[in-house]
Design a protein around this ligand. Structure first.
Ligand SMILES: Cc1ncc(COP(=O)(O)O)c(C=O)c1O
Length: 421
């Protein structure tokens, strides 16, 4: 594979941006390669600047459930752009997107559109604190909720990939109110509520963890979180930035039948544009300015072009009744291939990780114990053979509706051919 142009561009980019990238995992350091510079993408395929073609399973880290450059989405964005890129004012499409979101996530009785998952989570936590009048939050080791200060503690994939335990530049004061529990371990949560019960504003969780590799919740774990938070008057926040519209049209909360107080969405809801949302029970959201004293704002929030992409994507999902069944079937074929290559797979619908260890991964500690060198070899094997996967053991693989049966068959054959080298 010739990567001359990408290498040249990378060398140049390194002079301008830290590590040559605008988000750390893209630097591909843990898999021993340098990044490919992508020139264009369509459907299940991406092409780099050297003209190499790949079947893409990164899918921009989740948004592209319909594949790249899906026609109805592109048309909707083009039409919106023609009318103006940003108004900084109310427009009727915001209502349409909010209506669509609430239709699928009825727990989001009231919601706000923001620009990134990081912002959605940061704002949801602020709303929970404002509503409860309490300070502390519980998060889980290995769950990632964006890069706001208070949440950068044992924060999963990006930091795990770089072996950074917690972020430098984050003061002790910022994380003093962040309590850490162990995912899938009820006793660790109970212990925190026993000690700090009256001070806890919220517990935030990825309802199906996907930033320590994919680690689904154990049977009953989410209901346990629902019960213990309700008992202590703490808000339960489901961070569905990845799982929203991915695991089902109503996200993980519909799949597992557990209703949180607040939800954050990102990725798919923005259809590939910078858009995210947070929302939940009306009485909590009524604490947000201008109705209440929790301040949250944004110059580009509800941006008309991003909103158009979100609406078109959600409508496309609605008009494809077999989408989740089809994604599940395709993903099952890949799962079997990974198993035959001796990898240990965790999968929830079209979200999966091939772990390079021999034991089932149900916790952050087990995920951390993976043989990342072996994963790097697996990654390079895939890349050499035209498959673009996540350059980190701790990220998920995403399958899109645009992956054809032939794409899946070809990918499965390549995965099966991995012999550990
Ligand atoms: C579960 C989860 N929450 C929040 C975020 C942050 O979203 P963003 O990268 O849009 O800021 C991510 C990003 O991957 C995520 O996976």
């Amino acid at each position: 594979m010739i990567t001359e142009r990408s290498e040249k561009l990378y060398a140049e980019a390194c002079g301008y941006m830290p590590g040559g990238v605008n988000s750390p995992v893209r630097a591909c350091r843990s898999v021993g390669t340098t990044p490919l510079f992508i020139e264009r993408a369509k459907g299940s395929r991406i092409w780099d600047e050297d003209g190499n073609e790949f079947i893409d399973y990164v899918c921009s880290w989740g948004p592209n459930i319909l594949g790249h450059a899906c026609e109805p989405v592109i048309s909707a964005v083009k039409a919106a752009c023609e009318k103006g890129l940003t108004f900084g004012a109310c427009h009727k499409s915001e209502i349409e997107l909010a209506r669509l979101i609430r239709k699928h996530f009825p727990s989001m009785e009231m919601l706000r559109l923001v620009n990134s998952g990081t912002e959605a989570v940061m704002s949801a936590i602020r709303a929970a604190r404002g509503f409860t009048g309490k300070d502390k939050i519980i998060k889980f080791e290995g769950c990632y909720h964006g890069h706001s200060d208070g949440l950068l503690v044992k924060a999963g994939s990006g930091l795990m990939t770089q072996s950074i335990p917690s972020g430098a530049g984050v003061t002790e004061g910022c994380t003093r109110d962040t309590l850490l529990a162990k995912y899938n371990d009820e006793s660790s949560v109970r212990a925190l509520f026993d000690e700090h019960g009256g001070e806890i504003a919220a517990l935030i969780v990825e309802p199906c963890a996907a930033n320590m590799g994919v680690v689904p919740p154990k049977e009953g774990f989410l209901q346990f979180l629902r019960d213990i938070t309700a008992e202590h008057g703490a808000m339960l926040i489901f961070d569905e930035v990845i799982t929203g519209f991915r695991l089902s049209d109503g996200g993980a909360q519909k799949l597992y039948g557990v209703t949180p107080d607040l939800t954050t969405l990102g990725k798919i809801v923005g259809g590939g544009m910078p858009l995210a949302a947070y929302g939940g029970r009306r009485e909590i959201m009524e604490c947000v300015a201008p109705l209440g004293s929790v301040y949250q704002a944004g110059t580009l929030s509800g941006n008309p072009c991003a909103v158009a992409a979100g609406i078109a994507t959600l409508k496309q999902i609605e008009s494809t009744p077999d989408i989740y069944e089809a994604l599940d079937k395709k993903s099952a074929v890949l799962e079997e291939a990974m198993k035959s290559a001796g990898l240990n797979v965790n999968r929830c619908g079209s979200l999966m990780t091939a772990f390079s260890n021999s034991k089932k991964v149900v916790s952050y500690d087990e995920s951390r114990a993976c043989d990342t060198e072996k994963y790097a070899k697996y990654y390079r094997h895939l890349l050499r053979n035209g498959i673009y996967a996540a350059p980190s053991q701790f990220e998920a693989m995403f399958v899109s509706y645009a992956h054809t049966a032939e794409d899946i068959e070809r990918t499965a054959e390549i995965i099966k051919a991995f012999n550990g080298e």
